[in-house]
Each structure stands twice: as C-alpha cells, then as structure tokens.
Design a binder for this molecule. Structure first.
Ligand code: DCT
Ligand code: MG
Length: 431
C-alpha cells in the first residue's frame, strides 16, 4: 500500500520517523475505511430508495426541520436537511449507533447535531426526542405556516405576509377581509378534504374518469398516473396524470377541451389551465426558475363521488375533529365542522387535488421522468447532470453543453444511460 519509490527514497535519505508517521496514518485510514458500516453514494439518483424506511424516527425529525426551512424560504438549509434525510432513508438497516454514520455522505454538522441531539442526555436514536425538533414543532410560527400553506394556492410568501398582519388561523383569515384569489377561495372552501391523504383507489377512480374524457376528445391518447403513486406510494397529497399522443402535435390544445368537458359533467370544483410555453433553442435551454411550469397543464380540484360505504383515507375524521376543536391552530374547516354547508361525513363526495400535464411524444420520456419524482430524486438528477456531466436536464429535454446539442430519448432508461447512471425504477426513486 505504501508508495514503494517514496519508501526507498525515504530509507535512502534516512528518514525513518517520516516513514513511521506515514505508516501510522495509512493504518488509521485503513481502519476507518474498514469501520464504515454503510456505503452510500452521495447523489440520491445513484441510490435505490424504496418505501421501506428503517430509520423513520431520524428521517421524520430531519424532515420536519427541512419542512420548517422550506416554509421559511431558507432554501440552503432545507436542501441540506432533505439530503441528510434521504441518505438515512436509503440505509438497509436501522442506525443503532452513532458509529454507523461514519463515512456517510451529506450528513452536515447541523443534521448530525440533530441526530445526536440531546435532551438531558437522551438522543434521538434512543427515544426520538430532539429538543430543536420539538421546539420547532410546537412553535407558533411553524404551526401558523402549516395551517396557512395548507390552503391550496397559498405559498410561503403569502403565509408570511399574513402572519405579519396577525393572521395565524383560518378563522382569523376569514375575519380579516383579505382578498383571496380564486384558487385560494376554492382552497379555503375545500380545506378539510384537501388536507386528507388521497388513497390509491381514489386515484384510480379519478383516472377512470379522466381517461374516458381524454379519449373522447383525443382518441389514441395515452394517460399515465405519475407522481408518488407511480413510485408505489399508497397515498398522496394529490393525483398527477401525464397525457400524450403517439402522433406529435395531436396533443396541442387538448386540456382546455378536457377541462371544459369535465366541468360540464360536474367533476371539477376548480380548474386553471395554462398553455405550453416551452420552446427549444439552438443555444440550449434557457435558465428556468422551475422546470415544472412550461407544459400545457391543468391544476384542478376534482369532485370525486364515493360509493356508499367507501371510507376516507387517513385518520378517522371524528377523532381529528375533536382534536382540531381544542386547538385553534390545527387544520379546521373555516365554517367549523361543516364544509360546503354539509357535514363532510354525510357527503357522497370528496374534493381531491388533481394535476393534468400534457407533453408532446418527443418529450414524453423527460416529462415522465421529471414528474415521477421524488422531488429530491429529481433535484439530485439535475444536479448530477450539471455538476458531473456538464448537461442540463429538465422535464422537457437533456442538453449536452460540451457537444452543444440536445440528447434525444424515447424512454427513461435512455435518459439514465445518457447521464451515465444505472437505471433506477420508479419504486426505488423514493428519496
Ligand atoms: N416535482 C419536482 N419538483 C417540484 C415539484 C414537483 O420535481 N418542485 C415533480 C416530482 C414529483 C412530481 O413532480 C409531482 O409532485 P408532487 O405531487 O408534489 O409530489 P409527489 O411525489 O406526487 O407527492 P404526493 O404523493 O404527496 O402527491
Ligand atoms: Mg403528487
């Protein structure tokens, strides 16, 4: 292991102490390497992350801090926590000892502190208590940000402005006389439903309706369930569909027609459709603030009829209601127990957030990859492309900056191959 020429040179020059020091250092490095318990590559897109998480106590702690940073628009902090969380999610076993963390990538000082975090000497590994996490969870600001951004159409900036005006609850928002845009009005009206997880069976039922309507407008169209459900998640916060047609161009202008049909059939409680604004240029992709917003897209609130006896997903509503009545901060329908003037338990339908995205077939593989997620997996793939391959990846295309050309792909597998990455199937992209 020693560099022989350096060794003989040092011997000849009579530097035995140096040799001894070097020996010691190498021995130490060898021991450390041997003591690495889990070996994990540093980009999430190089790892297989299933839904089986062996470290939920730790990842939930880090996730809460990441979420808090996101809600406070501290992007750097948020991404650091998300990366650490993702590394722990990818481990094949539970971390039982701090030594297990040796050699793991992306565990910054702060994340390590949280993992080791102590309250009276107990660490989160033993009893799930980290004082910083608990303080954040209990803080008025975090609770208010959660409640307000829980309204569809309300982001961190708006929530922050309202909090500065003294608004931290839905009741205070209603009493404030603040003007709400249409999305926010609909979000407030369907607050309770939209904050209940959506089950896979509900997503499939919506898929059937969407498929029928899309095919009636454009025979031959292909509809794919994307987002978390494509990764095998049993529930989600919304339902995402990607639509394309095998003949390039036939898909243009599809969504306004689909939305208007769905609306006339009583399936939409709210919708906003945006047109495709993506154009390729010979100079490569323009810098986009987000790669998500250029397809023809329909953001909607879907009215899902439920069969009698269908139970809603998530916790029993009666118990969550009791809690919310005693806690002014927790999600609560503005009017109290009744949403839309009806007790939601007796309604035959529920509201669900549904996103429809349309892509031309030439961009379909990129759209599919970009919309399957997880968010961190996507982000890491774009970072890998940029930092390691001098390429620019979006949900529309892959551009090679050195060759100054777009790299075409007809499948996700081809995109991974262009990027020099081993193919990771959707069920293992749950970073
Ligand atoms: N996406 C992304 N970057 C974003 C937002 C979204 O890469 N800023 C991609 C990844 C997932 C996909 O779009 C759908 O987004 P969400 O519905 O927010 O994510 P999800 O994984 O489907 O989560 P959920 O199961 O809660 O709906
Ligand atoms: Mg989703």
């Amino acid at each position: 292991l020693l560099d022989i020429s350096w060794y003989t040179e040092s011997m000849r020059a009579g530097r035995p102490v140096e040799i001894l020091e070097r020996h010691k250092l190498q021995e130490q490095q060898i021991n450390e390497a041997a003591a690495v318990v889990f070996s994990v590559p540093s980009y999430a897109c190089q790892r297989r992350t299933t839904l089986q998480n062996h470290n939920t106590v730790l990842t939930e702690a880090l996730s809460l801090l990441a979420e808090n940073a996101e809600l406070n628009e501290e992007d750097g902090r948020a991404i650091a926590f998300r990366r650490s969380e993702a590394v722990l999610k990818a481990l094949p076993k539970a971390v039982t000892n701090l030594a297990d963390l040796r050699g793991l990538p992306c565990l910054g000082e702060h994340s390590l502190k949280i993992i080791k975090a102590s309250r009276k000497g107990c660490d989160v590994l033993k009893d799930g208590v980290s004082s910083e996490v608990e303080t954040t969870r209990q803080s008025d600001r975090y609770k208010a940000l959660k409640v307000l951004t829980g309204i569809f159409g309300v982001g961190a900036k708006t929530a922050d402005r309202w909090i500065k005006m003294g608004i931290s609850t839905l009741h205070q928002l209603q009493a404030s006389g603040e003007t709400l845009n249409q999305a926010q009005q609909a979000g407030l009206e369907h607050y309770e439903d939209l904050n209940q997880p959506v089950a896979k069976a509900e997503a499939d039922a919506i898929g059937d309706v969407v498929q029928k309507v899309v095919l009636s407008v454009l025979p031959g169209a292909l509809i794919t369930l994307i987002g978390g459900f494509r990764r095998g998640k049993p529930t989600g916060h919304d339902v995402d569909f990607l639509i394309t047609h095998p003949e390039e161009g036939r898909e243009v202008g599809l969504l306004p027609k689909v939305a208007s049909l769905l609306k006339s059939q009583g399936f939409l409680l709210y919708q906003k459709t945006t047109r495709n604004s993506y154009l390729e240029s010979d100079d490569g992709p323009a810098r986009l603030s987000s790669n998500m917003d250029r397809f023809e897209r329909c953001f909607s609130i879907f009215k899902l009829e439920m069969n009698p006896g269908t139970t809603r997903s998530g916790t029993p509503r009666s118990s969550s209601r009791t809690e919310s009545q005693s806690d002014d901060h927790s999600p609560q329908t503005p009017g109290g127990v009744h949403e839309n003037g009806l007790d939601s338990r007796r309604r035959s339908w529920r509201a669900v957030r549904v996103d429809l995205v349309v892509s031309p077939i030439s961009q379909f593989a990129f759209a599919l990859l970009g919309w399957t997620g997880s968010k961190l997996f996507e982000r890491e793939m774009r970072r890998w492309a940029g930092h390691e391959k001098a390429m620019s990846l979006s949900s529309h295309a892959l551009y090679d900056t050195k060759q100054r050309r777009y790299l075409r792909a007809a499948s996700e597998e081809e995109i991974f191959a262009h990027l020099g990455l081993e193919y990771i199937p959707p069920s293992e992209r749950n970073a």
